[in-house]
Design a protein around this ligand. Structure first.
Ligand code: GDP
Ligand code: CA
Length: 325
């Protein structure tokens, strides 16, 4: 089975680690996985190009992630970061680890030498032996900016500043994926989607992880040609980690598993989804969503460790198969 997964950082990476583990089981030896990752969070700091979602997926699947934090390297230190901060060379709110810096140095050197981000990503992933294909959504520069009303004026700031410095506490008026409308999908992205038996929307932030990927011209159109199963990032009315609730509020969608499914929409009515997984605690929404054309199943959706993520990933594949994948 060929599966393409649209993903952000931490939630998507943990899901992908579960999916990757399935390939070592006898039932899923023929499973091949392509992850298409959001790059809207990318930022340049100290002349280094940083791609948080690509790196989170790479480190998580390669066994280099700090599991507790969910991002960055294991056994990380922040010596360079604190030295930079002592010089007043911010921003202090972006935690740049010493080990992590090596990744950004190599990426930036390769980009400056003319390599495309997809080639750089493949080169970095060689070291980590991640067992799946990891593609950035585009080789063009796309950055998510957030419009806010702050100190009496309306202004736009980089997503990372809103998320990390302001902890998403300033109400967002809107999100813009700057550069997306003129961008091209990275090589391999449209083919992976078109050739996939099923496409899975990882349990990633719908507004700032999944939406930017779908905003790249051609991606949504390709997704709409294949069976799509989504995995709810919302459990019992709460974002499991992070500030997805603040993002959903900005687009007038409730922080609720059914509301997010309806936001993506039923394929039968021009939306994305054929199927949707919710957590057991949200089982009461299954019947109504299924009636509306989104076949919905309840399974445990807390990713506590690799086995729980793997069970959830398997449920998404089985649902896709039930739907004709
Ligand atoms: P980010 O780019 O690092 O913010 O990561 P993603 O966008 O891929 O994932 C963040 C989302 O993952 C959060 O908004 C949560 O709603 C969701 N999430 C995190 N942990 C879990 C989990 O254990 N289960 C489920 N269902 N969702 C999760
Ligand atoms: Ca992210």
């Amino acid at each position: 089975m060929r599966v393409a997964v649209i993903t952000g950082g931490v939630g998507g990476a943990r899901f992908l680690r579960g999916l990757q583990a399935l390939t070592h089981t006898p039932q899923w030896t023929d499973l091949s996985i392509t992850a298409i990752a959001n790059i809207g969070d990318d930022i340049t700091l100290h002349d280094l190009r940083i791609c948080p979602d690509l790196d989170t997926v790479m480190y998580t699947l390669g066994g280099g992630i700090d599991n507790e934090r969910g991002w960055g390297r294991t056994d990380e230190t922040f010596t360079v970061h604190s030295e930079l901060t002592a010089y007043g060379a911010g921003p202090a709110w972006f935690g740049l680890g010493d080990r992590d810096l090596a990744t950004h140095l190599i990426r930036t050197q390769m980009l400056n030498a003319g390599y495309a981000l997809s080639d750089v990503t493949a080169a970095l992933c060689k070291r980590w032996d991640i067992g799946i294909e990891l593609l950035p959504m585009s080789n063009d520069r796309i950055e998510t900016h957030v419009t806010v009303d702050h100190d009496g004026e309306r202004k736009a700031m980089h997503f990372q500043q809103w998320w990390l410095e302001h902890k998403a506490e300033i109400p967002a008026q809107s999100f813009a994926f700057v550069g997306a409308d003129t961008a091209t999908a990275a090589p391999g992205v449209i083919a992976a989607l078109s050739e996939a038996d099923a496409i899975v929307l990882a349990p990633s932030n719908p507004v700032v992880s999944i939406a930017p990927v779908l905003a790249v011209p051609g991606i949504k159109e390709a997704v709409m040609q294949r069976p799509v199963v989504g995995v709810s990032p919302i459990i019992a009315g709460a974002a499991v980690r992070g500030y997805a609730d603040a993002c959903l509020r900005a687009i007038d969608v409730e922080t609720d598993a059914a509301a997010v499914a309806r936001h993506f929409g039923a394929r039968a009515h021009g939306g994305l989804l054929n199927g949707w997984l919710v957590d057991d605690s949200d089982h009461e929404v299954c019947a109504a969503l299924t009636d509306e054309g989104i076949v919905t199943k309840a399974v445990p959706l807390w990713m506590r460790d690799v086995p729980t993520a793997s069970a959830m990933a398997e449920a998404s594949l089985l649902l896709a198969q039930d739907l004709g994948a």
